[in-house]
Write a protein that binds this ligand. Structure first.
Ligand code: GAL
Length: 753
């Protein structure tokens, strides 16, 4: 990989675009990348606000190191249509908002200052995916990922492809294909060297061979003692390729893992072992700043899917997402289904050609990630178009013989051109369910959906979502129903070995077009809020974890006498991985509540449910007369391992400010801070309605407004570091509560490449 320098600071940003601007620096706001062209309010905005032209400018001073070198600008992602000028000359453009592109500057750089002008057109260009129809998400304009200045010799490494043909064998092998960038089409003669190292840097294999115009392919066999990449132990290795020849040399190091991922008719197998896939769909959006979030925010999202939600797979709905996110999935052991951009609409021939190019861009960018186990090569939920999808599948298979393809559809009996029938099953909610005696199914049966007489690998890629939108402030009963629907699908997926798993809609609420959502430009479909604070439904997932990994005991109640229809808290559902839960009242009376295995026979950890007919309701006191405090105790065997108390008379007591970490990278990284309004025993007060004023000084700035409202008992914000390490002081003030101050720190975090 050529030498890369981050080129994210000191950009000038202004609205609009005129050709003449490309020839001289324009006045504007000084910004750093990643950058969002128009910060939107939280809700009720006009999504046309960012669908126009924006101009970014920056200067590349001539460096002696450029002399005789190839020089490029690499964009990791800019939305949506981007054109790049150097000193007034248009050098290139890229029309896909989700994949990286490089602009060759060599031959155009002058000694002195070089003016880079980047025009970003944020409009929804109907000629390219995902546009042309209406999409249920927003494509926020801007240079929203990093930009790099790269330089290297005339011949450099363009890409490497690392394959592990027999990962589960005792003696493993690695095949590395090296692709060259040779823009001057020079004759190539040289050598290619491959070094494999473990995470401690010890060499586990070496090879070398001739380098030709087509690059090189090197293979190392008989590697002994290498560990597999798995969910619990995601062991990574590196492959360093070094090319040398007359007048050139280059080297590139890439992470990889040994793992075998296979969807079969009996489910998904990782390294030969069947694993029930349980996951959620993730958009790459954040409140206010849209797509513009750097490494730490991306990594934290991956950690949330795995650790906070207890999932083992995430779908990057509906486009290739940040490589920071994917690299972290590799590191933490989280499986990924990645797909090309699109949403229900298929355009004309040129549009389809672009979609096929998207398959190439996605796979060539991401084929070395062990976390990625499938390529989604259909336009999400589009109709069958066999000739088109024959092309996307053929290309995916040609580029990557190791991964299976899927293609996300919502109609039954669709042509299966992929290796895996991937289906959005919204059966739950497709009919009215007036009473609990009704027979309902969480999921359809595979063969009913495929219409095939033979079994095929089968994965559920969405469910719930718009069938049951649920806001953080929705009534407790509705939230319990939201939970129940997620549990029912999980139970159905666990029940059927033919179903490889299920990926729910979706991880968190997201901003969207007016045609979707609740009119407020929000799809309240998440199991978390837009700030990534769990709704009750999040615990449907977490509570399925092995208690050794995380103990979960989350009653689906605010414990209030009059929140539910007719009052009370029954049926009382507790999402838990404890063996049993004891409800203890202040007078010492207690009731043991057991996991409801009759209702959810296949879940690893069914919720404990107490129905009104199982107790004497009077133990909680008479309506309007009294309502007790309560303590829930979770037991593993005879040991009480978790307790949770609720007050009968919650009083707003504290503002809790919980940052994800105390320190974060100083190089334009984001750190989330969640604010919770708590009562006297530490529970969230879900209906409190107060503003919080935020002020930030020091080495970070606030993203979003400096006055926010608590909703569902919480709100949140992200900080963005401003380039230099140092302390960050945050002051939070809200009426009725003592102010809270936080001191965080931004630090040098080393390499970002
Ligand atoms: C699906 C679609 C998603 C989202 C979801 C809401 O049809 O693929 O992007 O709109 O519905 O439930």
């Amino acid at each position: 990989m050529p030498h890369s320098d981050l080129f994210c600071d000191n950009w000038t940003f202004r609205e609009g675009f005129e050709e003449a601007w490309t020839r001289q620096p324009q006045p504007g706001e000084t910004v750093a990348l990643p950058h969002n062209a128009v910060d939107l309010p939280f809700d009720y905005f006009d999504e046309a606000d960012y669908q126009r032209m924006f101009t970014y400018q920056a200067t590349i001073p001539w460096e002696d190191a450029f002399d005789g070198q190839e020089v490029w600008l690499r964009f990791d992602g800019a939305m949506a249509n981007t054109r790049v000028y150097l000193n007034g000359t248009l050098l290139g453009q890229h029309a896909d908002g989700y994949t990286p592109f490089r602009i060759r500057l060599s031959g155009h750089l002058v000694k002195g200052e070089n003016l880079v002008t980047v025009v970003v057109d944020g409009s929804e260009n109907p000629d390219i995916p995902p546009f042309g129809g209406q999409i249920d998400y927003l494509t926020y304009a801007g240079i929203y990922r990093e930009v790099w200045v790269e330089r290297g010799d005339a011949i450099t490494i363009l890409n490497t492809k690392i394959e592990t043909p027999d990962p589960v064998a005792e003696r493993k092998s690695v095949r590395v294909r090296t692709f060259l960038d040779n823009p001057q089409a020079l004759p190539v003669a040289g050598n290619c060297r491959l070094t494999l190292r473990d995470s401690a840097g010890a060499i586990i294999g070496e090879a070398s061979g001739p380098l030709g115009a087509d690059g090189a392919e090197l293979r190392i066999e008989g590697i002994e003692g290498a560990s597999l990449w798995s969910l619990d132990s995601p062991v990574l290795y590196t492959a360093t390729v070094t090319i040398t020849g007359e007048g050139f040399s280059d080297s590139r190091t890439t992470q990889f893992g040994f793992r075998e991922a296979r969807f079969t008719t009996e489910g998904f197998k990782l390294n030969g072992e069947v694993i029930k896939l349980v996951g959620l769909n993730r958009h790459q959006s954040f409140p206010y700043v849209g797509y513009a979030a750097g490494r730490e925010a991306q990594q934290r999202d991956a950690e949330m899917v795995k650790d906070d939600l207890g999932c083992n797979i995430v779908r990057t709905s509906h486009y290739p997402q940040s490589t920071w996110f994917l690299e972290h999935c590799d590191r933490i052991g989280l499986l990924v289904l990645e797909e090309i951009p699109g949403w229900q609409h298929i355009g004309g021939e040129a549009w389809k050609d672009e979609a096929v190019r998207n398959v190439r861009r996605m796979i060539e960018r991401d084929w070395n990630h062990p976390s990625i186990i499938m390529w989604g090569v259909r336009i999400n939920e589009s109709v069958d178009e066999d000739p088109f999808y024959a092309r996307t599948n053929a290309l995916a298979h040609e580029l990557d013989t190791t991964r299976q393809t899927g293609g996300i559809r919502k109609h039954m009996h669709s042509s299966l051109l992929e290796d895996v029938y991937t289906f959005n099953d919204f059966v739950l909610g497709e009919f009215e369910r007036p009473n609990t005696n009704e027979v309902r199914r969480g999921l359809r049966e595979r063969d009913e959906v495929t219409g095939l007489s033979h079994g095929v690998p089968y994965l559920i890629t969405e469910y719930n979502g718009h069938m049951f939108p649920t806001k953080v402030i929705d009534n407790e009963l509705r939230q319990m129903e939201h939970v129940t629907r997620h549990l029912e699908v999980l139970d159905a997926a666990h029940a059927d070995p033919a179903i490889a798993g299920c990926i729910g809609w979706c991880m968190f609420d997201y901003n969207t077009h007016a045609d979707f959502g609740s009119g407020d430009r929000v799809c309240h479909h998440g199991v978390m809020s837009m700030f990534r604070e769990p709704k009750f439904a999040a615990h449907a997932y977490t509570s399925q974890l092995d208690p050794a990994r995380k103990l979960v005991m989350e009653p689906v109640t605010h414990w209030a006498r009059g929140e539910r229809n007719i009052g009370g808290v029954f049926p009382l559902m507790i999402l838990t991985n404890c063996d049993r839960v004891r409800m203890v009242l202040p007078n010492g009376q207690h009731v043991d509540i057991l996991p409801d295995r009759a209702r959810f026979p296949h879940l690893p950890h069914p919720p404990a449910i107490l129905r009104i007919d199982q107790i004497d309701e009077n133990i909680l006191g008479r309506w309007g007369m009294s309502w007790p405090d309560v303590e829930f105790q979770g037991f593993l065997g005879d040991e009480c391992v978790a307790t949770r108390r609720f007050s009968a008379k919650p009083v707003l007591s504290t503002l809790q400010a919980a940052p994800d970490a105390d320190s974060f990278g100083c190089d334009c990284q984001e750190m989330r801070v969640i604010l919770r309004a708590l009562d006297q025993v530490g529970n969230v007060t879900p209906f409190v309605d107060l503003p919080v004023n935020i002020s930030v000084t020091g080495a970070a700035t606030l993203l979003g407004p400096d006055q926010v409202s608590l909703k569902g008992g919480h709100t949140g914000f992200w900080l963005r570091s401003t380039g230099k390490p140092g302390p960050v002081e945050v002051m939070l003030k809200t009426p009725r509560l003592a102010p809270v101050s936080l001191t965080l720190e931004t630090t040098e975090t080393g390499e970002r490449a």
